[in-house]
Design a protein around this ligand. Structure first.
Ligand code: PBG
Length: 329
C-alpha cells in the first residue's frame, strides 16, 4: 500500500484544530454599517427588496445606532432618502446646511461622539434625474459635478462627518474634495474613495431604498464595465495619488479578483462593499430554504476578507454580530 506522508485532512479532523489553523477571521471592527433614513418621526420601514433591512427617521435612527454601537460596531455610513420635491438637476438640496443629511450628521455626532461617521457623497438621491452628477444634453457632466461634490463634502465636514465617501465615479473628484477640505482646515476629515465601482445590477434594491434609480439611461458612462480588471488598478492608483485615505471595491462578491488585485497595489486600506443585491440574493434564497442563512452570510464575508479586504460595508452587520456572539457562547 502507498505510504501517505502528507495528509491535508489531518488538520481538519476536529473543530479545535480547524480553529487553530484558520487563516481568515472576521470581527465586528471589520465592518461598516450602511444606514438609510428619511425625514419624519417614528419611522422604521422595511425595504421590500431587502427583507430585514429598514429605513429610519432621525429619531428611530438614533436608537438603531445605539444598538449597533452596543454590538461593537464602530462605524456607520449614512445615506439619506430625499423627498421628490427637493430634487433638482444640480442637487441643490445636497448643500443645504439644514438638509436631512446635515441634520442627521449633527445628531449622530452629538449622541455618539466616538462613532466613526462616514457619509455618502454623490448626487443621485438629490437629483431629479437619479444620476450621480449634473445632466446636460442627456450627458453626465464631470467637472461641474465635481465642484458640487466638493461643496457637499465640505458641508458634511462642517456638520461633523469624520470621513466622506464619494460614490459618484467622476474623474478628479478626490483631488478637488481633498483641496477643498484642506483649504477649509478640515485636515483630519478622511476620504474613502469608491475607486473601483462597477456599473452593476446588484445596486437595484439600494435604489428602491433611496428612490434613486436613474430616470433615463444607465450609469455606464461613469461606473466601470464589469468586464474590466486592469482599469480598477488605474482608478485606485489615481484616487490614492489624489489623496484618498481608503479605497473601495464595489460590489464585493462577484469582484473578489478585483479586491485581491487592488489590495496588491494599495498603500491604503481597501474596503469592499457587499451591496444591496448581494444581500437580497442571500436573503431570498435563505427564505426559500435553498441556502442556510447564517452559513451563507459568514461564507460570503469570509471570502471577501480572504480576497484581501481590510474592511467590509455590509447590510448583514447585525446578523454577523448575532452569529459571532452565538459562536462564542
Ligand atoms: C449612489 C450609490 C449607490 C450605492 C451606493 N452609493 C447606487 C448606485 O451607484 O446606483 C449602492 C449600494 C448598494 O447597492 O448597496 N452613488
Amino acid at each position: 500500500m502507498y505510504n501517505f506522508s502528507k495528509r491535508p485532512r489531518r488538520l481538519r479532523t476536529t473543530p479545535a484544530i480547524r480553529d487553530l489553523v484558520r487563516e481568515t477571521h472576521v470581527r465586528m471592527s471589520d465592518f461598516i454599517a450602511p444606514v438609510f433614513f428619511e425625514d419624519g418621526a417614528g419611522i422604521k420601514s422595511e425595504i421590500p427588496s431587502m427583507p430585514g433591512y429598514f429605513r429610519y427617521s432621525p429619531d428611530t435612527l438614533m436608537d438603531e445606532i445605539q444598538e449597533l454601537w452596543n454590538l461593537g460596531i464602530r462605524s456607520v455610513l449614512l445615506f439619506a432618502k430625499v423627498k421628490d420635491e427637493l430634487k433638482d438637476n444640480e442637487g441643490t438640496e445636497a448643500l443645504n446646511t439644514n438638509g436631512l443629511m446635515q441634520r442627521v450628521i449633527r445628531m449622530v455626532k452629538d449622541k455618539f461622539p466616538e462613532i466613526y461617521l462616514m457619509t455618502d457623497i454623490a448626487l443621485d438621491p438629490f437629483s431629479s434625474f437619479g444620476h450621480d452628477g449634473i445632466v446636460k444634453d442627456q450627458k453626465i457632466v464631470n467637472d461641474a459635478t465635481v465642484e458640487v461634490l466638493a461643496q457637499m463634502a465640505l458641508s458634511h465636514a462642517r456638520a461633523g462627518a469624520d470621513c466622506v465617501a464619494p460614490s459618484d465615479m467622476m474623474d478628479g473628484r478626490i483631488a478637488v474634495i481633498r483641496n477643498t477640505l484642506e483649504e477649509a482646515r478640515f485636515h483630519d476629515v478622511a476620504i474613502l474613495a469608491y475607486s473601483a465601482k462597477y456599473a452593476s445590477c446588484f445596486y437595484g434594491p439600494f435604489r428602491d431604498a433611496l428612490d434613486s434609480a436613474p430616470g433615463f439611461g444607465d450609469k455606464k458612462t461613469y461606473q466601470m464595465d464589469p468586464a474590466n480588471a486592469i482599469e480598477s488598478l488605474k482608478e485606485s492608483a489615481l484616487d490614492i495619488e489624489e489623496g484618498a485615505d481608503m479605497v473601495m471595491v464595489k460590489p464585493a462578491g462577484a469582484y473578489l479578483d478585483i479586491i485581491y488585485r487592488v489590495k496588491q497595489i494599495s498603500e491604503v486600506p481597501v474596503v469592499a462593499y457587499q451591496v444591496s443585491g448581494e444581500y437580497a440574493m442571500i436573503k431570498a434564497a435563505a427564505e426559500k430554504g435553498w441556502v442556510n442563512n447564517d452559513q451563507a452570510i459568514m461564507e460570503s464575508v469570509i471570502a471577501i476578507k480572504r480576497a484581501g479586504a481590510d474592511l467590509i460595508a455590509s447590510y448583514f452587520i447585525k446578523e454577523i454580530a448575532r452569529i459571532l456572539h452565538t459562536e462564542k457562547a
